[in-house]
Design a protein around this ligand. Structure first.
Ligand code: ADP
Ligand code: MG
Length: 155
C-alpha cells in the first residue's frame, strides 16, 4: 500500500493523469471515499492520461458513462451510490471487466463487489483539514507498470 498526500484538486487530477498515461487496458479501479472526497476528480485526471477529449462528468445519476481514449481504449466509469442492488448493471460491469481494451472505474462498488477482480487497484481517499486528501493506493503486483516509470515520490 502506498500513501500520498494530495493537497488540492489539481494534484488529484495530476495523480490520475500519471496513472492514466500508463494504462494498457483491462485494468480495474475501485474508488473509496465519502461524497466530495475527490473520486470523480481522480477520474478526470485518468481521462486526461487516456487522451479523452470529453469532459468527464460524475455518473451519479446515469450510473455509467463511457469515453473513448487513445489506442482504442475505452474508459467505463460507474457510480453505484445508494444502489443496494446493481441488478442488470452487474452484467454490464462484468462485460467491461472482461474487455481487454476497457478500463473499468467504479465508485461505490459494494453492490458489485462479487464481480470485481482481486487484482484491482483500490484507491481510498480521506479528507484532511483544509483542502488536502490522504490517498491510499493498493496496487496489485501484476500492475507494477502503472508506476514503474513515475516514482510515487513525484506524486
Ligand atoms: P466524489 O466523486 O468523491 O464525490 P468529486 O471529485 O466529485 O468527489 O468532488 C471533489 C471536490 O473536492 C471537487 O469539487 C474538487 O475540486 C474538490 N477538492 C478540493 N481539494 C481536493 C483534493 N485535494 N483532491 C480532490 N478534490 C479536491
Ligand atoms: Mg463521484
Amino acid at each position: 500500500m502506498e500513501l500520498v498526500i494530495i493537497p488540492d484538486d489539481i494534484s488529484m487530477r495530476t495523480l490520475g493523469m500519471k496513472i492514466g498515461a500508463a494504462l494498457r487496458g483491462g485494468e480495474t479501479f475501485e474508488l473509496i471515499g465519502d461524497v466530495g472526497a475527490g473520486k470523480t476528480t481522480f477520474v478526470k485526471g485518468l481521462a486526461v492520461g487516456l487522451e479523452i477529449d470529453d469532459d468527464v462528468q460524475s455518473p451519479s445519476f446515469t450510473i455509467n458513462r463511457r469515453y473513448k481514449g487513445r489506442n482504442g481504449l475505452m474508459l467505463n466509469h460507474y457510480d453505484f451510490y445508494r444502489l443496494n442492488d446493481a441488478g442488470i448493471m452487474g452484467m454490464e460491469v462484468a462485460e467491461s471487466l472482461s474487455d481487454p481494451s476497457s478500463v473499468t472505474v467504479i465508485e461505490w462498488g459494494q453492490s458489485v463487489n462479487d464481480v470485481l477482480p482481486s487484482d484491482r487497484i483500490a484507491i481510498t481517499i480521506h479528507y484532511l483539514p483544509d483542502e488536502g486528501r490522504r490517498v491510499e493506493i493498493q496496487m496489485p503486483k501484476s500492475l507494477g507498470y502503472l508506476w514503474s516509470s513515475r516514482g510515487v515520490a513525484q506524486w
